[in-house]
Ligand binder design. Structure first.
Ligand SMILES: Nc1ncnc2c1ncn2[C@@H]1O[C@H](COP(=O)(O)OP(=O)(O)OP(=O)(O)O)[C@@H](O)[C@H]1O
Ligand SMILES: [Mg+2]
Length: 249
């Protein structure tokens, strides 16, 4: 099983959109066995898959932090560990725990390793204990970036954090930076050129295009591939997953 953390400490850069669409494409188009792990107390991916409020006053991601066995949900041929605001409570409890704090997600994923080909972890825009746990459990990170004025600062920050985390997880790799919500404007093209030239890490060739269908698909809780397969965002998410898999296999 390969574990990929979708991460950027900057908010609203399409982490959840990428996690949802990458996970469903890997499962539905490529027949991979996928675990989508919602690691964000906002629970946006869980809302999308209709399991934000799992009918209990806790959530799967909180149970993992407590070393309990989480319930798993299923939708669009993927398995889901859900998250909601109760994850914050478990995160705070772990932060003050005297036991080892960084290996809860890793230990859980070791248990389910043989059941899945990929685990995609959607992360919050903050360095919580659960985020550190995700980086300790991951083989790779994908960093979604929206090119606006402050995006490039965000890239440096998260890359520095990932490099630091290598002290705890030696094998952690940056799979690449993914440009999201992309429009061809002179400013974006200049920022992209700068990033591709200056960044020592891979910037995926594929840019995820901006499309109004993304918000609509979220409203109807449909992966882009189902809701609007010909939209620019769906086409480019397909292209991105193909690009990703080409090097992975
Ligand atoms: N390709 C796209 N085209 C148009 N809108 C997009 C695109 N990708 C993402 N968005 C929109 O941008 C907003 C932020 O996306 P998303 O929730 O995936 O970001 P996030 O990084 O997970 O945010 P957070 O940091 O809060 O978790 C959403 O409203 C989403 O619909
Ligand atoms: Mg999100």
């Amino acid at each position: 099983m390969k574990t990929i953390a979708i991460i950027n400490l900057k908010g609203g850069v399409a982490k959840s959109t990428t996690a949802i669409n990458m996970a469903t494409l890997l499962a539905e188009k490529y027949g991979k066995r996928v675990l989508l792990y919602d690691n964000d107390p906002q629970g946006n991916a869980s809302q999308f898959f209709g399991c934000y409020d799992g009918g209990e006053d806790t959530c799967g991601a909180a149970e993992v932090l407590r070393n309990d066995i989480p319930l798993r949900w299923g939708k669009h041929r993927i398995d889901i560990i859900n998250a909601n605001i109760s994850l914050l409570e478990a995160d705070n409890a772990l932060r003050v725990s005297t036991e080892r704090q960084d290996n809860r997600i890793k230990e859980y994923l070791q248990v389910v390793e043989s059941e899945f080909d990929y685990c995609i972890i959607d992360n919050p825009p903050a360095l919580l204990m659960c985020t550190i746990n995700a980086l300790c459990a991951a083989d790779e990170v994908i960093i979604p970036v929206m090119l606006d004025n402050w995006a490039l600062d965000g890239v440096e920050t998260i890359i520095a954090q990932v490099e630091e985390l290598k002290a705890l997880n030696e094998g952690l790799q940056i799979a690449g930076i993914l440009l999201t919500n992309y429009r061809k404007t002179p400013e974006n093209e200049a920022a992209e050129k700068w990033l591709r030239e200056k960044c020592e890490y891979r910037v995926f060739e594929t840019q995820i295009r901006r499309s109004d269908k993304v918000t609509a698909a979220t409203y109807y809780k449909e992966p882009l591939e189902k809701y609007s397969p010909r939209s620019a965002a769906a086409v480019t998410y397909r292209k991105f997953v193909k690009e990703y898999l080409k090097d992975d296999e």
